[in-house]
Every structure is written in C-alpha cells, then in structure tokens.
Design a protein around this ligand. Structure first.
Ligand SMILES: [Zn+2]
Length: 259
C-alpha cells in the first residue's frame, strides 16, 4: 500500500492579492541543534551537550548496555541554533514567547540585504535598504537573508566576530509598519558589543522612547535562507517549541507562491 496524498490547495492574501501557495515545496529555515561545535553558536556559550543519563549503575545508552537512549541536553536558546524570542528578552518580567499566539500561516516577505561597511569597520544593515526593499502593502513577517549568503553561516561560531547588525531606526520602521515577526540569519539584530543598549531590539519591540511594548512581536535569529528561496511574498509557518521562557528553539518553514 502506497496511498497517494494530495496536498490541499492553500490560497492566501499576500499584499492584497490572492496567491496559491505551493505546500509541496517547503523551505525549512531552521538550523539544527547539534552536540559539540557542529552547529552555529554565539555569545561565548559552551558547546551544546547531549549526554546519556548515568545513575546507580544504569546508563541511558543502548550502545553501552542500557535499555533505551535517555539523554540530557544542555543548551542556551540564544546561543545555539534557530530560536524565537519575545519582548520578555529585555524586560524585568520574563514574558514567555509561548504566550505569543502565532497564526498557522503568516504572510511573509523575503528580502536580501547587503550590509554596508561603516568608517569604524562595522557591517550595518541600513534602515533605508531594509525599508525600501519591502512592499507598500502591510506584511506580517519579514525574513532577512544577508549577503553574501555563505553556507558556512549554518555552522559558524559568531562569538567575538562583530557580526553585521541592523540600524535601530530601521527596526523602529518595521514596528511602525506593523511587522510583527522579524527573522534574520544573524545571531542578533544588534551589535555584538553595544554596552547592553540593545537599541534594535528596543526599537522593534517599542521599548524605546515610545514605551509601547509590542507583546505579540517576535524576533527569530540564526535562521538560514537557502538561495533557492526567491525574494518576495511567501507563506510562513513559524513553529516554536513550547518552552515557557523569553526564547525557545523554533522551526520557521516557508512555502513559496505557486509558479
Ligand atoms: Zn536571541
């Protein structure tokens, strides 16, 4: 028996136009959480560990004579792999990203941006470049692919590398336009060393001088956007693991428009 599954047709309003979405061509933008230094990392975290439980002579490893594989995992959601965070990342009360209700399918827009080198040698994603690349119509989620799109981003240890970051005013602009979800292929939207200012995070969540926190807005970091996924409209399914925490591992899957 090999039943044929016919995928239902998903039609979505993207920027005011009804498009058919290609559910048979998913692009998984998440990076896997892998033990040791094989996955991406940042913020000087120790390597992610996955170790068999050992207790009273019992071992959680079949290869070592145990009945099952039963392993403890230690990791930091911000430092290892794809994760989604909410405003609780920078508030005294640690609001949980698990409380954010994310629709099953979001209208999303993919943009490719080349960081600009500043006189000080930083690589910055300029507000104008970001905002000019968006459509005029409202969009729920913006997915940023930074160029060059080196495959090695999928396993890089970003600690102490001063990665590219966003000009905060650009992220304030996204908030102003009602963009609820921002996804980036960088370890942060802010400069690695910014004396704790987190200007970009604050601007996006409106915890700057506007002080109007956007409780349902999320930032997803450490994605990888394959070259095969074109810039422009798509449907996004942003799944988050159900941790009660400011940030949690996540799996953004994008479905392109049917050609
Ligand atoms: Zn983070």
């Amino acid at each position: 028996m090999n039943p044929t599954v016919t995928l239902p047709v998903l039609s979505m309003l993207l920027g005011g136009t009804l498009f058919e979405i290609d559910l048979g061509r998913p692009f998984d933008l998440s990076l896997p959480l892998i033990a040791d230094r094989e996955g991406p990392s940042a913020w000087y975290v120790e390597p992610l560990t996955i170790e068999p439980v050992r207790a009273n002579g019992w071992v959680g490893a079949v290869a070592e004579g145990g009945s099952v594989n039963f392993r403890d995992i230690a990791f930091n959601p911000h430092g290892h792999g794809t994760h989604t965070e909410c405003v609780g990342h920078i508030t005294e009360v640690v609001h949980s990203v698990n409380d954010v209700e994310i629709p099953a399918f979001l209208d999303a827009y993919v943009v490719s941006l080349t960081p600009e080198e500043t006189a000080a040698g930083d690589l910055v994603l300029r507000a104008a470049a970001l905002l000019d690349s968006l459509p005029d119509e409202p969009v729920s989620a913006v997915i940023v692919r930074t160029l060059p799109n080196a495959p090695e981003k999928q396993t890089r240890n970003w600690s102490n590398t001063n990665p590219p970051y966003f000009e905060a005013i650009g992220l304030a602009g996204l908030a102003q336009r009602g963009v609820e979800h921002l996804l980036v292929d960088l370890p942060s939207v802010d400069r690695e060393e910014d004396e704790g200012e987190l200007a970009g995070h604050r601007a996006f969540w409106q915890l700057d001088e506007r002080n109007a926190p956007r409780m349902d807005a999320t930032i997803t970091e450490f994605i990888f956007v394959p070259d095969e996924l074109p810039d422009g409209w798509c449907a996004l399914n942003l799944q988050t693991a159900a941790f009660v925490n400011d940030a949690t591992p996540s799996r953004p899957v994008v479905y392109p428009i049917k050609p």
